[in-house]
Design a protein around this ligand. Structure first.
Ligand code: ADE
Length: 233
């Protein structure tokens, strides 16, 4: 898979690219690249944003700047790019990222992630360049970079070869293997810590009982998932 991130802060991704599962994924041929939005801006002084029409606080990322960056990198008219690959605008109002969407994205041969900054994007970026708008939660970040890293992290760990154990990403929280429920709890040594024991079944060596216990615990956690407190919002 080829993951491209269009950002004003490409070096933020240097740290991310040094994480073990990312290093593993890159070692087996997957790619993570950053495109610097400022590099191809047609405006003077490296300008990339502007004040919002109609007034209001903050600055808005310009559509002509995104147009120039995508055109320079892909060599096609950016309005046609989304027919070739998923182009995802990261924005708080987008489709909420969940395990299903991560699985869907992990099947793609190439994804481009567009990071907004300041007050976000000129809406024409979302309308004309993006195939999808994705949010990592109902709160507002200062920009799309951390959201893009979350998407890259969740997607890359699903790629074959990224995790050490071949099953690590199949039977985990919210996966079809657990019928969408959170994962069962894990324990390791010491078996007893300050009088608190790990569940005896996990120490029993009975694999069938362990499987059954894990399935039950996962289902119980799913049923008990806390509703957020009702504060009238
Ligand atoms: N940009 C700012 N906030 C965001 C969020 N919650 N999800 C995705 N992109 C964002």
């Amino acid at each position: 898979m080829r993951l491209d991130v269009v950002t004003l802060f490409p070096d933020w991704f240097d740290w991310f690219a040094s994480q073990r599962h990312v290093v593993n994924a890159l070692a087996v041929g997957h790619e993570l690249r950053t495109l610097d939005l400022r590099e191809h801006t047609p405006l003077s002084g490296g300008q990339v944003d502007d004040t919002p029409f109609g007034g209001g606080a903050g600055m808005v990322l310009r559509v002509d700047v995104m147009d120039a960056a995508l055109r320079a990198h892909y060599g096609v008219d950016p309005v046609d790019l989304r027919r070739q690959r998923r182009v995802i605008a990261l924005t708080p109002g987008g489709r909420l990222l969940d395990d299903r969407l991560v699985d869907e994205l992990a099947q793609e041969p190439g994804i481009t992630l567009l990071c907004g900054r300041y007050e976000g994007f000129d809406e024409r970026i979302v309308e004309h360049f993006a195939s999808d708008a994705v949010s990592i939660g109902e709160y507002v970040l200062a920009g799309g970079e951390l959201a893009a890293m979350v998407v890259c992290d969740a997607v890359m760990r699903k790629l074959p070869g990224a995790l050490g154990h071949k099953d690590s990403a199949s039977e985990e929280s919210f996966s079809p293997a657990l019928e969408g429920a959170p994962e069962y709890p894990h324990y390791t040594r010491p078996a007893v810590w300050r009088g608190h024991s790990a569940p005896a079944v996990l120490l029993s060596g009975n694999h069938a009982r362990v499987r059954e216990w894990r399935r039950e615990e996962s289902g119980r956690r799913g049923a008990e998932r806390l509703e957020p407190p009702d504060d009238g919002r």
